[in-house]
Design a protein around this ligand. Structure first.
Ligand code: GPU
Length: 827
């Protein structure tokens, strides 16, 4: 037990007071208490928001005691913690996740029923925190779920954006962005701690000073803001463990305010406050492209500096010997966004703690590890030295010194090979800091996110570093949490699995293998088919209520949901749809000879990405024409519900028959949607890219529709010289599809609207859409054939589930632990 404060005599004052009783009566009592005492309303006078809040608070109440106890036990131990540094966490709704984790789902349902409260209505009240763009942010959310479930000490550190990823609407088929004010009604899951705010400084200059005969450098910053921590509970799955997600919110520095107030300039003081609060105001909506804006660098430094200081000053014991920091912390860099933490830790150790440079560097190198999530050159962050030097002058000096010593070591190994030096310098020839290089030099390990990606990272992006640092590069293939993406999203499938093999799969997903024999069991397959049909009806109801869309329940559901990006090739999907449409209306194909298909898209485009927005417009335009044409009625349908997010993903993925993973080989680092679909029994049509490679190897060629060039074939075609127009000439179907789009068939005869898309494909086509078209259409023809044999399709679908257990984020976490972190669970 923790020591009681001096003077405490009451037994309850000694530790956490403990959770309410886990019974229906206990739940009801706590629920009504929360409604009355926290919301200040009676049940009969409550709003849906009050009732949702009281429910969330009640679930929270059960988790808090375990959380506090876990924090206490961790601090009493000397365990190493994983400090996951991520600019994004795409959490999704929390209510059902926390009910499931705490084992309270049934009790809560019964308790609310006894209160006459509709739990479905309350679920719908929750606004998901969209604090991420896509895969990278969702991956972070899966990882912290797995770490809690595996009892591994972890703090997730990030930014509490006031506005998350924008809310997407369509006007005349064009994307319009609305602010996502997810905090409008408050969030019941957060614990703000304004009293624990940290001061984070910026700007100014550096100076040398005499420290008892030693010349030292220090930073004299010009301005600062406050970083206020907001804690969120991250409960493990029914294991009594609750980890912490700590997100920082910026606030004006009072000292700063006050001086201006005293000068009598009230308006200026308030402006300063706005300026400070800007830092955590909004998530940058760019995905897989670097932004290069000063505010973005402010955000990065803001959260990383607050997080490192938090761990050292608050989490570790006072007077901890920082030469031993690597025994207690590993800072995992989720892509390059937190890499400014490297010079920040060096600054703390050298300038503040007065450690020798070499000793500090040794500590720093052991404390960081770096995950790279891309191969696209435009996604690799660089910061111009003038910008970085203006905002963080001392950090720039430190980066220069790191680079100097690193390049000296390179010279020692390879001689004065100036070309090599230029290629490996952390400072690029045009005067920018290459953050991926800094992360690679500083990190104890560098990992890619799927086998192919890690291989290409080593061989093509950072080969000189691989040569210089043998053993530094490794792979950890991504994973997804089976709790959210199978158990919660697909309760019907979960029940089927548990009935067949027991419930051990939820924390040991490889056990899905035990389902393999059921692929040949006709009754199981029938039940599986009923599960898919039920999920389609559930999706239909959601889309009807949400967007007024209708789906035919006898259709194959063919789904492409992911950020809109040219490399992901939504255009290739569109060319297939236009071809399928054209084949029927031209009479080439009898409508009744192919299975009915509903194509579902979900995709947000970065607001400044013109081509992506034009493609969104085209998807909607093709959808209008196809959906209104009586010649394909009942055969083809295109649905594009706006504002794809985690909540919608949880409805769409379990209903899908076909998963579209069609990026140009060598461009998608991993993909994680691909894993979610396979685990929910969709078959994949995909290229040999990212984790598709591993999915195909595991589920088997017979249960996967492979098409397109392999990465070496892509390289070879570039080397030969790629002329996209030649492909349009060779394939008549492709020529016709492009003509239809380019001639205004989907834009009321106005050819100019989509001509830029067609001309880009014909003349440039960076992502080789035209080169893969013929192979893609052939694969889709195979899909049509396969779908007509229901038993065989369902067999493949069951095998996809049974063989995808590898893609649990629990396994990813085990790999990080074994290969990178070397941490242990807190028993
Ligand atoms: N990814 Br870089 C993002 O979602 N955002 C980014 O800024 C960068 C990468 C994705 C990759 O595109 C995807 O292939 C991968 O599965 C995911 O990160 C998680 O690793």
């Amino acid at each position: 037990p923790v020591p009681a404060p001096a003077g405490a005599t009451h037994p309850l004052a000694i530790g956490p007071v403990g959770a309410p009783e886990a019974t229906v009566d206990g739940f009801v009592a706590q629920y009504l208490r929360n409604l009355n005492f926290d919301r200040g309303v009676t049940l009969s006078a409550s709003t849906a928001n009050d009732r949702f809040y009281a429910l969330a608070y009640t679930v929270r109440d059960y988790l808090v005691a375990r959380w506090l106890e876990g924090v206490r036990r961790y601090r009493a131990s000397d365990r190493k913690a994983v400090c996951y540094l991520s600019a994004e966490y795409l959490l999704g709704r929390q209510l059902d996740n926390n009910l499931l984790a705490s084992g309270l789902s049934d009790i809560a349902a019964e308790a609310l029923a006894q209160c006459g409260v509709d739990i479905e209505e309350l679920r719908a009240q929750e606004v998901e925190p969209g604090l991420g763009n896509g895969g990278l942010g969702r991956l972070a959310a899966c990882f912290i779920d797995s770490l809690a479930t595996m009892s591994v000490p972890n703090v997730g550190y990030g930014i509490r954006y006031e506005y998350g990823i924008f809310r997407q609407t369509f006007e005349d088929g064009r994307q319009v962005e609305q602010p996502d004010s997810w905090l409008e009604l408050g969030s019941p899951w957060e614990f703000p701690h304004p009293e624990a705010a940290q001061t984070i400084s910026f700007g100014g200059s550096t100076e040398k000073y005499d420290d008892g005969g030693v010349t030292r450098s220090r930073w004299v910053p010009a301005w600062s803001v406050q970083a206020v921590p907001y804690n969120y509970m991250v409960p493990g799955y029914q294991n009594g463990r609750v980890n912490t997600l700590r997100l920082w919110s910026s606030r004006a520095n009072h000292a700063f305010d006050l001086s201006v107030f005293n000068a009598g300039d009230y308006v200026e003081a308030v402006r300063a406050q706005t300026f400070a609060e800007n830092i955590s105001k909004v998530l940058y909506p760019e995905d897989s492209t670097a932004q290069g804006k000063e505010l973005r660098l402010q955000q990065q430094y803001f959260f990383v500096a607050a997080s490192i200081r938090d761990f050292i000053d608050v989490v570790l014991p006072e007077d901890f010997d920082l030469t031993r920091l690597p025994e207690r912390a590993i800072f995992q860099l989720n892509d390059t966004h937190p890499v400014i933490g490297v010079p920040e830790l060096m600054r703390i150790l050298v300038d503040e703690k007065k450690m020798e440079w070499d000793a500090a560097w040794a500590v720093t190198q052991q404390c960081f590890a770096y995950t790279c999530h891309t191969l696209l050159p435009e996604a690799l962050e660089v910061w111009p030295i003038d910008l970085l030097g203006r905002l963080l002058p001392r950090h720039l000096e430190i980066i220069y010194r790191i680079n100097e010593e690193f390049l000296l070591a390179v010279r020692e190994r390879f001689g004065d090979d100036e070309a090599r030096i230029r290629d490996m310098s952390i400072i690029s020839p045009d005067g920018a800091v290459r953050m991926a290089f800094l992360a690679t030099v500083a990190g104890s390990k560098v990992n890619g996110v799927a086998e192919l990606h890690s291989q290409l990272l080593r061989e093509k992006v950072l080969p000189a570093f691989d040569e210089f640092f043998p053993g530094k590069f490794t792979n950890v293939t991504n994973g997804v949490t089976p709790r959210r993406f199978v158990r919660l999203a697909n309760p019907e499938l979960s029940a089927l699995i548990t009935e067949a093999i027991g419930d051990g799969w939820l924390t040991d997903l490889e056990r899905l293998r035990e389902l393999e024999p059921f692929a040949d069991d006709a009754d199981f397959r029938t039940a599986f088919g009923e599960m898919k049909a039920a999920n389609k009806r559930r999706l239909a109801a959601t889309l009807q209520a949400r967007d007024g869309l209708t789906i035919a329940d006898d259709h194959m559901l063919d789904v492409m949901v992911k950020r809109l990006h040219e490399y992901k090739r939504q255009m290739l999907k569109l060319l297939h749809i236009v071809t399928a449409y054209d084949r029927i209306v031209s009479g080439e194909v009898e409508a009744s000879s192919v299975p009915g298909r509903t194509f579902v898209f979900g995709a947000k485009a970065a607001p400044g990405y013109d081509m992506a927005k034009r493609i969104i417009h085209l998807i909607n335009a093709v959808g209008s024409v196809v959906n209104d044409d009586p010649r394909v009625e009942g055969r083809l349908k295109v649905l594009f519900p706006p504002n794809y997010n985690v909540t919608l993903a949880e409805r769409i993925i379990p209903a899908a028959d076909l998963s579209e993973q069609i990026s140009l080989a060598g461009k998608e680092a991993s993909g994680t949607g691909n894993m979610k679909f396979a685990l929910n029994g969709a078959l994949t049509v995909g290229t040999d890219d990212g984790a598709n490679v591993e999915i195909r190897e595991l589920v088997g060629d017979d249960n996967f529709f492979l098409f397109g060039m392999s990465e070496p074939e892509v390289e070879a075609l570039w080397a030969r010289g790629y002329t996209p127009a030649e492909f349009a000439e060779k394939d008549a179907g492709l020529g016709r599809a492009l003509d239809l789009i380019g001639s205004g068939a989907f834009s009321g005869g106005d050819a100019s609207v989509f001509a830029p898309i067609v001309s880009n494909l014909m003349n440039d086509d960076r992502f080789m859409v035209l080169a893969d078209y013929t192979s893609y259409i052939a694969a889709q023809d195979r899909v049509d054939d396969a779908y007509t044999d229901t038993a065989a399709w369902q067999r493949s679908a069951v095998l996809n589930v049974a063989r995808s257990g590898f893609f649990s984020s629990d396994r990813s976490m085990r790999d990080y632990i074994d290969r990178i972190w070397h941490t242990e669970p807190l028993g």
